[in-house]
Design a protein around this ligand. Structure first.
Ligand code: NAP
Length: 250
């Protein structure tokens, strides 16, 4: 069943989130562009959305901060009549490290942003979307990672585990919301060509890995964005509580 064509995308100042904002605008969605520190990147995404004739609003906040998340959704309430879609996309990686060398502070940051952030945002979205609370229905997309299936040994098992928990959120919340006209779906991207690798201290990761990847190349942000657009569309109306690999056979 159709849901309002409005979307909040966390982490839309760069990479997959920014590309998803553009793809959503091309499909007629108004877009709330979530960002944390990269205001210029968020403005750039907004310009592209507006050039496509759709409304764009910037929503700043740290997804791991409960107060910020409530304020971000209040701002979305002011911008849109109703929120139809949440894309839980904001996320981080860290430097390669074996588990025995991962600090408590790093674990807290990884799980706060990658796992608790999506929980906090999904909660606010569900309250607004669910039939049981008077909502019009909606779709929540969780951007996980193929790392959740692979484990990321010798690289970042903490990241993989933070995304494994996101997959469980997709399944469990999807089951809880099935009768409320709220679909909850996930995507598990493989190696995608964005700046996240450089931010995590591996600027040459794509170049170094491309030849070892099954398709001999990284994926593009657009390939993930197009999958997300399919999953939020009516064409995917019977798909919920499950996740799709966008990983080129990884
Ligand atoms: P990216 O280009 O580094 O973008 C990350 C986005 O997340 C930025 O917009 C950033 O906002 C935002 N963000 C980071 N920390 C935040 C926080 N505490 N609160 C709010 N926003 C925050 O990364 P990407 O590659 O597009 O990744 C997007 C998602 O895909 C992530 O969840 C990532 O784990 C997942 N993924 C990526 C790959 C890949 O190979 N690229 C593979 C699998 C999964 P600011 O810059 O404004 O702070």
């Amino acid at each position: 069943m159709s849901v309002p064509k409005t979307v909040l995308i966390t982490g839309a100042s760069a990479g997959i989130g920014s590309e998803t904002a553009v793809a959503a605008a091309e499909s007629g969605y108004d877009v709330a562009i979530g960002y944390h520190s990269d205001r210029a990147g968020a403005e750039k995404t907004a310009e592209k959305v507006r050039a496509l004739g759709q409304k764009a609003v910037l929503v700043q906040g740290d997804v791991s901060d409960p107060g910020d998340v409530i304020r971000m959704f209040d701002e979305v309430d002011s911008a849109f009549d109703e929120l139809g879609v949440l894309v839980n996309n904001a996320g981080i990686v860290d430097q390669p490290a074996r588990v025995e060398n991962i600090s408590h502070a790093r674990l807290r940051r990884m799980f706060d942003i990658n796992t608790i952030g999506p929980f906090l945002c999904a909660k606010q979205a569900a309250i607004r979307m669910a039939y049981r609370y008077g909502g019009a229905g909606g779709v929540i997309v969780n951007v996980s990672s193929i790392a959740a299936r692979l484990g990321s040994a010798n690289n970042y098992v903490d990241y993989a585990a933070s995304k494994g928990a996101v997959d469980v959120l997709t399944k469990g919340l999807g089951d809880e919301m099935a009768a409320d006209n709220v679909r909850v779906v996930g995507v598990r991207p493989g190696i995608i060509d964005t700046d996240i690798h450089e931010k995590g201290g591996q600027p040459d990761r794509i170049k170094a890995m491309s030849n070892q990847l099954p398709m001999k190349r990284a994926g593009t942000p657009r390939e993930v964005a197009d999958t997300i657009l399919y999953l939020i569309s009516d064409k995917a109306s019977y798909i919920t509580a499950t996740s799709l690999d966008v990983s080129g056979a990884r």
